[in-house]
Ligand binder design. Sequence first.
Ligand SMILES: [Zn+2]
Length: 391
Amino acid sequence: MSSAKTDKRGKRRASSPLFGLVIILALLATAGFFAARDFLSMRAEEPIRPSAGLTSIRPLSSYFPALAGTPGDTDVYVFKGREEGGRVLILGGTHPNEPAGYVSAVVLIENLRVDRGTIFIIPRANRSGFTHSDPQEASPQRYAIETPSGRRFFRLGSRVTNPVHQWPDPTIYVNPGGQALAGIEARNLNRAYPGRPRGNLTERVAFGVMELIRRERIGLGLDLHESAPEYPVINALVFNEAAADLAATAQMSLQDQGLDFRLEASPPNLRGLSHREWGEAAGIKAVLIETPNASHGRLKGRPSASLVVDGRDKFYVRAAGLGRLYVPFGPEGIPLRDRVARHLAGVAALLAGLADLEPENAVGISGLPDPDGIRAGGVGAFLRRPPGGRP
Ligand SMILES: [Zn+2]
């Protein structure tokens, strides 16, 4: 009897720690499950709901098959008019931490109709960059835009390709234009043009964009960006030589609408950028549009999803008071709606300028929300509701 008790006690002594271990493992597995779900949700793409004017969607790999099945392959939305005309490429999401560039491309896709000419839109130009966030920045993973049918969430990604998809970075990166840059720039799509067909993933994406430009005989390329309010190239049209007259014409028309834009000539010795290499390699007109985004500036306070959307930050108000910024910055901030309104006004002015300067390459569009409408109604008023969603 006594030995049985001992056995029993012995079993109890053995089973208690085992039971505790099982509980701990179960808790870790549960925490791991939720953490993994949260982490992997960064790689899920939110839907884009194209307007009835869409002609087709094709992968970038249809121009450069080596991209097929890679995280660099990305959708190209094509809007073809009935009449022949100019051929224009618009990129959003070259830098996925610059939300107005991406959201402007989405608003275009969800509203655009093309009557004459053809417009190609790539909203997630660096698709891999949307699958992670910039490290050590405490950036929110996503932000919400209120729409009449509820909130729509958008990913806030990183300036560069995900290191899971392209690793390691070199110590010094020499880009296809021959410029030596910091190693991390090897993952920056806007330093990788004109790309390399057998280069790293980012260079292959750049090469895919160049193949599209060549094969579709693009005449004008627009690249939609944002930069920090303390950066000098802001509220700007950055143009290559071939687009000088066009950018000046567009700037005058934007000025008439009360929208101040600087004109910045693309520096010939700054290599690898869209506004330089699209022209050098394919002879097209290229313009990059910049708007001010406090959420990726260095002077901001606490990063948050509301900073991305509302663009209000007291430290930027102070910096403006000290004369340190290149844009006016008041307590009302620079909200996403104003930045998207600027981008779309820029696109419309450049297309109107193209029609004036080169009538044979005119692109006729309709459906584009006007800047006042976006500023008054918000971006969400111009995002399409889900099929069967609430009116
Ligand atoms: Zn950018």
